[in-house]
Design a protein around this ligand. Structure first.
Ligand code: PGA
Length: 254
């Protein structure tokens, strides 16, 4: 399939205040006014900086994503943010099931599934994160873990709902560690994931679905990773906090 438009997403995690975010955008936009043709670029700032970033990018083709959401639309859920709230703030994307949420905040596969379903129900485009830990890889459990994560997350989705979904493969051992999966390791998993999506939905859905790689993506490795047949972009943490590095990664996606 050649019609998948590459997607490069910045996951700023719990970094950059509102003013830092606006400063970042000023520098970034001086160097990149528009995304390169045929590359989609998403920035996912912290919740508090989301709306200022939407406002700053409103006249541009750059898209904005949230890093999380809660599955209920409203109510007594102190401290949470819902899908309808994100849509009202003109947010288009949302990251669901990031490994930091799973590991540090105890999100289960079932909760990730509810978040995924809610994000689609309320009109957001989810980026579902899956990936194994170092111990799981060493124990040869990579594909068992991915199978479980995908099976639970996708269990209630209809094929038409899966059309808005992007999946990011992020080996936990590669996140923020400087260790990257080799292009061949990443491609092996990506092609396996595409096949699972095909079995679960259809060749059409799997052929159109974008699969991103995440985990220490940097200018030095971005091009080789994104050249792989089943890697359609990147979810970038650390390197997305530096406008120059992030621009190099976006450019590599072309
Ligand atoms: P990293 O983070 O690029 O800093 O490894 C990626 C992520 O957690 O999405």
């Amino acid at each position: 399939m050649t019609d998948r438009i590459p997607l490069v997403a910045a996951n700023w995690k719990m970094n950059l205040t509102i003013s830092d975010s606006i400063k970042f955008l000023a520098t970034f936009r001086q160097k990149m006014q528009v995304p390169p043709a045929n590359v989609e670029v998403v920035l996912a700032p912290s919740f508090i900086a989301l709306y200022p970033v939407v406002a700053a990018l409103s006249d541009t083709e750059f898209k904005v994503g949230a890093q999380n959401l809660y599955w209920e639309p409203e109510g007594g859920f102190t401290g949470e943010i819902s899908g309808p709230m994100l849509r009202d703030a003109e947010i288009e994307y949302v990251i669901v099931g990031h490994s930091e949420r799973r590991q540090l905040f105890g999100e289960t596969d079932e909760e990730v599934a509810k978040k995924l379903e809610a994000s689609i129900q309320y009109g957001l485009k989810p980026i579902l994160c899956v990936g194994e830990t170092e111990a799981e890889r060493e124990a040869n459990e990579t594909f068992d873990v991915l199978e479980r994560q995908l099976k639970t997350a996708l269990k209630k989705l209809a094929a038409f709902q899966a059309e808005v979904l992007t999946i990011a493969y992020e080996p936990v051992w590669a996140i923020g560690t400087g260790k990257t999966a080799t292009a061949a390791q990443a491609q092996e998993v990506h092609s396996w994931i595409r096949n699972k999506v095909k079995e679960r939905f259809s060749p059409d859905v799997s052929g159109h679905m974008r699969l991103l790689y995440g985990g220490s993506v940097k200018p030095e490795n971005a091009e080789e990773l994104m050249q792989q047949e089943d890697i359609d972009g990147a979810l970038v943490g650390g390197a997305s906090l530096d406008p120059d590095k992030f621009i190099e990664i976006i450019t590599a996606a072309r």
